[in-house]
Ligand binder design. Structure first.
Ligand SMILES: [Zn+2]
Length: 235
């Protein structure tokens, strides 16, 4: 089950690089993005680097973010391959790793009907186009599908939008990231969850925590209280 995100037009537009990567995936036998072993997009032992959720040190106790691995070695290789190199075969295994962690998050809970609500952190529109759609939205959908498979209904609410004009955050410190996001992270009403439901914010990597803090602020202003934030890796 997925949320109303399927209606967002940018999700279906494929960038040239992503299209080329998708074509390569069709003609080349699949191999692990972490260790190159043949067989699948991520082998069992590489996927095992994503463990129990632990609080990322860059985030404070009031707004904790949990990550499944340090942003280094195989974990970093997998996250970067998924984000930057169009390895969308990784979306499902990485989504499953997130799904295993969601019910373990200390403050997270489903809504009164038992549905877990996931809100992906948005990509810059230009980056999403180049990658053939938002990679975090894809992760959120895979996470929701994996939760549903384990008897926990889940829905994706693409409630946030990053306006054009935000810069790539690579190389920016926390203050610069906050300034970069100020006023550019908005609520997309069509993707918002029902009022008052608890949500889990998802991203692939937490660096300074500035992006997730801005996302929490934008959601809170719209009356949505994110109880937890979860990422694959923490830098
Ligand atoms: Zn591997």
């Amino acid at each position: 089950m997925s949320g109303p995100g399927g209606m967002l037009p940018y999700v279906t537009k494929q960038g040239t690089a992503a299209r080329a990567a998708a074509l390569l995936d069709l003609v080349l036998p699949e191999h692990c993005a972490g260790c190159d072993a043949p067989g699948r997009a991520c082998c069992r032992s590489c996927l095992a680097v994503f463990g129990e959720p632990r609080q990322a040190s860059a985030t404070g106790p009031a707004e904790p973010t949990y990550a499944l691995a340090r942003h280094a070695d195989v974990a970093r290789t997998l996250v970067v391959a998924h984000k930057e190199r169009g390895r969308r075969g990784l979306t499902r295994p990485l989504g499953r790793a997130l799904a295993a962690a969601v019910p373990q998050l200390p403050a997270a809970r489903p809504d009164a009907e038992g549905t877990w609500w996931l809100v992906p952190v948005p990509s810059r529109p230009s980056a999403a186009r180049a990658r053939g759609g938002s990679h975090v939205l894809a992760l959120a959908r895979a996470c929701a599908a994996a939760l549903s498979e384990t008897g926990r209904p889940a829905a994706v609410a693409p409630a946030l939008r990053l306006d054009a004009g935000a810069r790539d955050a690579v190389g920016l410190d926390r203050a610069q990231r906050s300034a970069n996001l100020a006023g550019r992270l908005r609520i997309a009403p069509a993707g918002a969850p029902p009022p008052g439901v608890p949500v889990v914010l998802l991203d692939d990597v937490v660096t300074t925590g500035a992006t997730l803090a801005a996302a929490r602020g934008a959601l809170r202003n719209a009356g949505v209280e994110p109880l937890s934030a979860l990422t694959l890796t923490a830098a």
